[in-house]
Design a protein around this ligand. Structure first.
Ligand SMILES: Cc1cc2nc3c(=O)[nH]c(=O)nc-3n(C[C@H](O)[C@H](O)[C@H](O)COP(=O)(O)OP(=O)(O)OC[C@H]3O[C@@H](n4cnc5c(N)ncnc54)[C@H](O)[C@@H]3O)c2cc1C
Length: 377
């Protein structure tokens, strides 16, 4: 039987970042195993994102975590990546006629005059020439929003973890966990593992994993989101277009590897599963994009869906369970788990090691209690 000190369940962005920072903190990953059901890390939600970094999306807890992650992503140490993980993209949120006041309210709520500017409909069309301006009241522009190189970020965490002798076990589904006085006996598809600490980074399966150790659910709701890619009109240079979003949350699109990536911004509750796109959501997406822009979707190059997972207050859950000793939750990243992974992974590493949350993260206005399991009980 294998024996480790820490078993991290889930090889997505959450589990990989925690593994990396835990190993770095200890100077070795010999005592840590990262257990992933699939044959490769990042197969589920992590591999299906829109890969955006924006500082004005999500609640104030999310926004603090994003700000705390920025310097890591912007100027990663060479061991994580040999190139910048962020590249300029910009974001433009637009609103229909009659919704101008909601744009103003958004500006007020975000309170980030340093990164946001209010723009009229004509300026929206300059920033994103595909937009139809009839019916548009204006927008909010965030020029410093950026694309994230998700693949390199995930591989960077994994490379550092491996380099410190961390053990990555793929094709290792956790099927049952028995608790005893001295920790956990984990039954996996690849045999039994004993561990003193279990980190729950199981994404959509978070509450199911919690149930294995007898922990009360945190109330995770996986919500399916659909994405498609298609070719822009031949001869159109789309490379400088921003992520363009509808204020009411009906659609968004952005350039992605020479094509357009679009989503109907759907949020359909789902059981944990290998999410697949629904034909109706794809049809809705195409209709909304063709109505809002002069883009024509002739043929889809790809389509997919992923599960964004939320608890009730839409903040993530970072912290030890309130009743099951040694069981650490790292779930509920919603639509923000890529860009918040540097801060969330470091918080997990600190707390699991018995330390307080690092000061530079607290300095962004984060209250660790807003991540704790206790707030959900
Ligand atoms: C369409 C879409 C757009 C998005 N856009 C963005 C964006 O622009 N920016 C951003 O920051 N975020 C975005 N997100 C959100 C982001 O992708 C997620 O928050 C993040 O990937 C969650 O990572 P995770 O590691 O928690 O989950 P996952 O990547 O799902 O990883 C969980 C892993 O746990 C494994 N697992 C579960 N149960 C077991 C078990 N019993 N045994 C072994 N392994 C198990 C699973 O196989 C899985 O690999 C988007 C998501 C979607 C779907």
């Amino acid at each position: 039987m294998k024996h480790v000190h820490i078993a991290i369940v889930g090889g997505g962005m959450a589990g990989a970042s925690a593994a990396c920072f835990l190993a770095e903190k200890a100077g070795t990953g010999k005592h840590i195993a990262l257990l992933e059901r699939e044959s490769q890390p990042g197969y589920h939600t992590t591999g299906r994102s829109a890969a955006m970094y924006t500082e004005v999306y999500g609640n104030d807890v999310i926004r603090a975590l994003v700000r705390a992650s920025r310097s890591f992503l912007e100027t990663p140490a060479e061991r994580y990546a040999d190139h910048p993980l962020l590249t300029p993209r910009g974001a433009l949120m637009v609103a229909a006629h009659g919704e101008g006041e909601r744009l103003d309210a958004f500006m007020t709520e975000m309170n980030r005059p340093d990164v946001l500017s209010r723009v009229d409909a004509a300026r929206c069309a300059e920033i994103c020439p595909a937009l139809r301006t009839d019916g548009l009241s204006g927008g909010v522009h965030e020029p410093m929003a950026m694309d994230i190189d998700v693949h390199s970020l995930l591989q960077g965490y994994i490379r550092v973890f491996r380099g410190l002798d961390g053990q990555i076990m793929t094709d290792t589904e956790v099927r049952a966990i028995d608790r005893s006085d001295d920790g956990f006996l984990i039954n996996t598809a690849a045999g039994q593992i004993r561990a003193e600490v279990v980190v729950n980074a199981a994404g959509a399966w978070g509450d199911a994993l919690g149930a294995m150790v007898g922990a009360a659910p945190v109330g995770l709701v996986p919500k399916r989101r659909t994405a498609v890619t298609f070719d822009a009109t031949p001869g159109t240079d789309i490379s400088g277009w921003p992520l363009t979003l509808d204020l009411s949350g009906a659609w968004y699109f952005k350039p992605d590897a020479g094509r357009i990536l679009a989503s109907p911004a759907d949020e359909t509750p789902s059981d944990p599963c290998d999410a697949q796109p629904d034909e109706m959501d794809i049809a809705i997406c195409i209709d909304r994009i063709e109505t809002a822009t002069d883009l024509k979707v002739r043929r889809l190059a790809s389509r997919w869906a992923g599960l964004r997972c939320f608890v009730d207050d839409h903040s993530p859950v970072n912290g030890f369970d309130d009743t099951v000793a040694g069981f650490y939750w790292l779930v509920g990243q919603g639509g923000y788990g890529i860009k918040t992974s540097p801060a969330m992974g470091r918080i997990a590493a600190a707390q699991i090691d018995g330390d307080k949350v690092p000061d530079d993260i607290l300095d962004q206005g984060l209250d660790p209690a807003s991540l704790a399991v206790a707030r959900l009980r």
